[in-house]
Design a binder for this molecule. Sequence first.
Ligand SMILES: CC(C)(COP(=O)(O)OP(=O)(O)OC[C@H]1O[C@@H](n2cnc3c(N)ncnc32)[C@H](O)[C@@H]1OP(=O)(O)O)[C@@H](O)C(=O)NCCC(=O)NCCS
Length: 193
Amino acid sequence: MQTTEADFPDPTTPGLTTPDLTLALIVRDDISEFLPLLGSWEVVRYTSRIPYPYSQADGEAYVARVADAWRRNGSLECALRDRKDGTFVGIAALTIDDDPAEAEIGYWIGLPFWGRGFATQASQALIRHGFTAMGLDRIVSTVVRENAASSHVLEKVGLNRTGEDETFFPARDKHYPVYRFELTREKWMKDNG
Ligand SMILES: CC(C)(COP(=O)(O)OP(=O)(O)OC[C@H]1O[C@@H](n2cnc3c(N)ncnc32)[C@H](O)[C@@H]1OP(=O)(O)O)[C@@H](O)C(=O)NCCC(=O)NCCS
């Protein structure tokens, strides 16, 4: 079952919440808020889909891709906002490619907001949504070997390391060795039963 329009009736309306965050589909108005956060090399260097430097045109193209993927296959690319004051703190995504039963989880948090549990909370919310509302069988991810914080987040939310690979990183214009991670719905249900 794909996520339906009813789950996110209006992309500007928060669709999911965590103790500290709201998650809502990325829209054009978000660009002015995430652009400055993507000026930090520390944020971009380990991501496999973000160019550096990041321009307004990159933001416009990204927002168009988000809307298209959401309509086409239910991929979710969400703005993360602090529930207290609405501050934009980062992005978390469940991206579906060829296999509708599998999504890749990815995230980045703006540098001033690291270490507050935001990536963990957003991942937990997306994983729950993926295995319940979206009917996924499997959630996967890849992490640059040296990105210990991200590996730790994935392990904390239940993913297991399954192997190694190589991925192209546009910000570095280079291939890098990565760890592959995976969580099946069966394991998630056992862990969260
Ligand atoms: C990785 C990233 C998303 C983590 O976001 P965050 O909101 O700070 O993460 P959380 O606070 O939820 O959790 C971070 C965990 O990693 C741990 N951690 C932080 N730095 C670490 C390091 N160098 N080695 C191991 N663990 C580390 C923290 O202690 C915390 O674990 P704990 O809750 O058990 O104490 C953030 O640093 C980031 O955006 N990095 C750049 C983009 C990126 O790497 N995206 C992921 C690509 S796969």
